[in-house]
Design a binder for this molecule. Sequence first.
Ligand code: G3P
Length: 481
Amino acid sequence: MALRQDDKKFHTLLDNKWVGSKSGETVKIYSPDNQEVTGEIPALSQAEVDAAVAKTADVQPNWEALDGTERSELLHRWAQELEKMTDEIGDMIHKEVGKTLSAAKSEVKRTAQLIRHTAEEGLRTHGSFIQGDAFPGASKSTKAMVQKVPHGVVLAIAPFNYPVNLAASKIAPALITGNTVVFKPATQGAVSGLLMVEALVKAGLPEGVLNVVTGRGSVIGDFVVTHPKIDMITFTGGTATGQHIAKKASMIPVVLELGGKDPAIVLQDADLDKAAKEIVSGALSYSGQRCTAIKRVMVVNEVADELVAKVKERVAALKVGPSSDDADITPMIDQKSADFVVSLIDDAKQKGATVVHEGIQDQNLLGPTLLDNVTEDMEVAWEEQFGPVLPFIRISNELEAIDLERRNAYGLQASIFTKNLENAFTIADKLNVGTVQVNGKTSRGPDHFPFLGVKNSGQGVQGIGRSIDSMLRDKVLVLNL
Ligand code: G3P
């Protein structure tokens, strides 16, 4: 059988066979643009997930035993097959998660580049050799050889907003290091993820090295996270789900990339045109549905009016509409997410925020809303909106920005806009976040940079090299000569 059952129904991949669920049950995926069914994927049972995990565990030793160069060559072929499918996968991303076609195709191209880089970087993992006599009382004849070995079976859980890139950013490092993979895509984006896997099958994926478990989170979510044959979990998604996984998954390493409340801190000497451009792009691309989106602006009073005016001018020029119209601001992933954003706007308005620009509200299509004079009693100052609303908090100086940032539950990234780099470094030192961007928007790329969040924004480190490291553990061989 093939991946496609018909133009709407899709199989999942178990042991290199495209199959439906034994029950015939499916989960429907609805387009954010028009709420029509864009696809149906199998709703697997716990027994089917159990068999899938068991198989990846059975074949893992053989996969690990392969030469690294052979695993690397598979990834290079995967990248080639993925690029050949750019139009097909890009179109599916566009339909499933409401990205514009151009942004969706860019995601596929970026993913092929990530896979190639991983295929090379993954060949350069080295252990170490330690002399015993470096420690008092230990002899020269005691020596340690520290190898880097795979964990075993990696559970890779991807989010809706990058259904291909943030899946491959987990799968590729896992495979190159000799782990096998159980891939759990987000429901919205699952077909895009399955098409990405189809490219991997075309590239020569050995049977059982990667299995895809699709279905209802309520049925298989905890089951797969707590499965005894899962040896490591890597997850990108909302903070609440990440925290739940961390609690459930005991005694295995867990890497989490979660939510954020990334500030753009704008100081008096900032280039306000550049800051406005970066803020609009950073806050509103993909309608703000990015964990690294700029989610609040902290601007010193002296330049606040000018900055707000510049941002407003840019926002007013943005096209709002369905992703099929290549709009700048497109429908949010679902109504529940849109309703949450509206609740934050209403709360801020009731508490006295100044509405600088109010976006339309048409079901899950929200135009961008700019709120000025946001104060700490307003929820939008602290909650992750994950949508097209941007609060401006006016501050007296950078110390206030540092205090606001440190009291925030999240710690993903922060942007500082200033011409004084020494001042930027001084502020950066005091921010409790994973990454500080100087004179640029908050963002994950380029994909080989370390990428991490602290506090409620995650644990562990991603980014190609660091993701590879996270898929390996030490194994020490002590020679007593
Ligand atoms: O939301 C996921 C996060 O990884 C966003 O990535 O590349 O848009 O900064 P990026």
